[in-house]
Design a protein around this ligand. Structure first.
Ligand code: IPE
Ligand code: IPE
Ligand code: MG
Length: 245
């Protein structure tokens, strides 16, 4: 494996932000920004798969986004519904497996059915896992994991002193996956907004001022170049990383 290839992040996590501002700058309704955002997502999914990324997780709708104006929330649901319907077959053709993380029970039933259908259509994809966080909150993810662990303790299957970080991680929505290597947030804000809180513990953080609808493979490559220059120490010192012990 070449040096360059080995510096490609295995798992990329993206907060796709700035759709509203993109639309506002064009004096267009916010919904139009979301629609343009879907096109950017399609481009980035393809670019990540082409570069050999194993897992791409994007934040599409947070558990806090229900607080937006009702018309915007329903426009987002519509967009999500039609994007699933339209894209699933193409994803499957490209070997990309789609998975939705977050509380899907909070969505209208019609949308839940479309989610299940798209996941089924793409289930055979083994080139990249494309994860869409929808009605997702990082704290809630940890709360749900804690509940499952608590139930196992209450049932006598697990002793409290045997709970460690791996126990919790095994019950998160990302169980079994590598933690994100690279986090990207577009739109200029420098915050996590309740995305993958636990999983981002040692992730390299990249913030871009580009608004999501303008994000393209050149921007992605800039983020990857930033990632390739990072030295990931995980608490150690630089010299220790040279030993392969
Ligand atoms: C991100 O863009 C998309 C969603 C949160 C659904 P925004 O809609 O947050 O865009 P800005 O931040 O208002 O520009
Ligand atoms: C975060 O963006 C969630 C998504 C991109 C889906 P927001 O635009 O909702 O985040 P805040 O409110 O600016 O923190
Ligand atoms: Mg925003």
């Amino acid at each position: 494996m070449s040096e360059e290839r080995s510096k490609i992040p295995r798992h990329v996590a993206i907060i796709m932000d700035g759709n509203g501002r993109w639309a506002k700058a064009r004096r267009r309704p916010r919904t139009e920004g979301h629609r343009a955002g879907v096109n950017a997502t399609r481009r980035v999914v393809r670019a990540c798969a082409d570069r050999g990324v194993e897992v791409l997780t994007v934040f599409a709708f947070s558990s806090e986004n229900w607080q937006r104006p009702r018309e915007e929330v329903s426009a987002l649901m519509e967009l999500f519904f039609f994007a699933l319907r339209r894209e699933a077959r193409q994803l499957a053709k490209n070997g990309i497996r789609l998975r939705i993380i977050g509380d899907r029970a909070g969505f209208p039933e019609r949308l839940q059915r479309e989610i299940a259908a798209a996941e089924a259509t793409t289930a055979g994809g083994d080139r990249m896992l494309f994860q869409v966080a929808a009605n997702y909150g990082g704290r809630l993810d940890i709360v749900h994991a804690a509940r499952v662990v608590a139930r196992r303790v209450a049932a006598g299957e697990l002793a409290p002193e045997d709970i460690d970080a791996d126990t919790l991680a095994a019950h998160l929505s990302t169980a079994g996956q590598p933690d994100p290597d690279l986090f990207i947030r577009t739109g200029g804000e420098k915050r996590i907004s309740n995305f993958l809180l636990w999983q981002l513990a040692y992730t390299e953080l990249y913030f871009s001022d580009v608004l999501w609808p303008d994000f393209d493979s050149d921007e992605l490559d800039r983020a990857f170049a930033f990632y390739a220059r990072r030295e990931r120490r995980f608490g150690k010192i630089s010299e220790q990383l040279l030993d392969h012990a």
